[in-house]
Write a protein that binds this ligand. Structure first.
Ligand code: PLP
Length: 431
């Protein structure tokens, strides 16, 4: 490492973890280990978060309630199953910046996209289009296109897909705003990824939401890569609806329950929605009337009774965010990502400006990114990620055609994890 700045040494990373910037809640999570029993450097929490140590007990508690209380578990026990969604909503409120009444935890993410579009996509006359980023996660595209077909529209005409400028990797807010202003009377709904899964860019939610409203459309956000990653203020930003999953930064486990936010201004209104018996007020639910007596909160969008075993792991996982707090999480996240960027720029052995050099496509402004850095690499990315895992115990992931994604998760990753990831990347690029 001679000739490198001091911060590029392993000793510096270890010293920073031990003496200066202690990990936030690392000891609350279970880490996969390598063949020698050493924890791997886990850089894939943007895809699937690590298991909290509390998860097993949380699952066991509900299994015990089922075993000992059976049907009485709906209304008895430590966390009666009927109130489970509201416990989750309370733990989620500070994460997304909403009132608990504006949150309903239910289903999985793509199902919630459909439920929200049933309400917030109301094509009429000329106003039939949904606007999104061209490089959105596939499921969002499929949900939007199928929804448009379902309403008798033409998905090839009714989706506006925004691309970055030639030679750029992410969207500029001013360009999104310009399209909204130009084509405002055609747009029914906007639905962007708040943090894009591919580029890691964080969109300007308040600015885009405000212009969406100016032109008379509804503003929706997919928070899959934003919830638990960046502090959000959905209520104050006046967002109409949002959806997210809880298996990424929120660490609730594969396939765990998803979330939906519906701003309180829509709760008592006439906006249509798909309903079931769990959309009915609890007091009159068991009267089994054929005509609904709707709840006047986001719960009105919940269709079925709570799927307990995808909810139980979420409750204890979300509680860690209440303990740590989003501001502390964000402060540490910015430290880890800027350290990763600095390491990449000083350790890249290729000459600046050459095609062999790696390139971070995630925007560098601190208000335009979260924990994930997406890095364009000069070789096939899937094989590279596999070699980083097998040879160095570093686990990130890859996306076609030339991107690797490394996410130092502020809740549990360390400076040393980051150092291991970046040195593994360049060791493999050199070999
Ligand atoms: C942005 C985004 N949207 C949608 C999905 C699909 O999620 P699910 O399979 O939980 O519906 C994902 C999954 O990673 C995602 O990242």
């Amino acid at each position: 490492m001679s000739g490198q700045p001091e911060f590029a040494s392993e000793e510096y990373a270890l010293h920073r973890d031990r003496e200066l910037d202690h990990p936030l809640a690392r000891n609350q999570y279970l880490f996969p280990t390598d063949a020698n029993g050493k924890p791997i450097s886990y850089m894939a929490g943007n895809s699937l978060g690590l298991q909290p140590k509390s998860t097993k007990a949380a699952m066991d508690q509900e299994l015990d309630s089922w075993a000992t209380l059976a049907v009485r578990g709906h209304s008895h026990g430590e966390n009666p199953w009927m109130v489970f969604p509201s416990l989750l909503a309370q733990e989620s409120a500070a994460i997304i910046g909403a009132e608990p009444d504006e949150i309903v935890m239910m289903n999985s993410l793509t199902v919630n996209i459909h439920l929200m579009l049933a309400s917030f996509y109301q094509p009429r006359d000329r106003r039939r289009k949904i606007i999104m980023e061209d490089y959105a996660f596939s499921s969002d595209s499929y949900a939007i296109r199928s929804h448009i077909s379902f309403r008798g529209g033409n998905p090839d005409e009714d989706v506006i897909r925004l691309k970055p400028r030639e030679g750029e990797d992410s969207l500029r807010t001013e360009d999104v705003v310009a399209v909204l202003r130009e084509r405002g009377d055609e747009i029914a709904t906007t639905l962007f990824g708040a943090v894009n899964y591919y580029t890691g860019e964080f969109m300007d939610i308040p600015a885009i939401t405000a212009v969406t409203h100016d032109v008379g459309a509804y503003a929706g956000w997919d928070l899959a890569h934003a919830a638990g990653n960046i502090p959000l203020h959905l209520h104050d930003w006046n967002v109409d609806f949002a959806i997210w999953c809880s298996y990424k930064y929120l660490n609730a486990g594969p396939g765990s329950v998803a979330g939906a936010f519906i701003h309180e201004k829509h709760h008592a209104g006439t906006i249509p929605r798909l309903e079931g018996w769990w959309s009915n007020k609890p007091e009159t639910r068991f009267l089994m009337n054929p005509i609904i007596d709707p709840i006047e909160t986001a719960d009105a969008w919940s269709v079925s009774h709570p799927p307990l075993f995808i909810m139980a792991p979420a409750l204890s996982a979300l509680h860690v965010f209440t303990e740590v707090g989003m501001p502390a999480l964000r402060a540490r996240s910015l430290q880890l990502t800027s350290y990763m960027r600095e390491l990449i720029s000083v350790l890249d052995p290729a000459e600046p400006g050459t095609e062999k050099r790696v390139h971070v496509i995630t925007p560098s402004d601190s208000d335009r990114h979260g924990a994930q850095l997406s890095i364009r690499v000069p070789i096939e990315p899937f094989a590279l990620i596999e070699r980083m895992y097998v040879n160095h115990g570093v686990l990130g992931d890859a996306r076609n055609p030339d991107i690797i994604r490394l996410a130092p998760v502020p809740m549990y990753n360390t400076f040393h994890d980051v150092w291991r990831a970046v040195t593994a990347l360049f060791a493999e690029l050199k070999s």
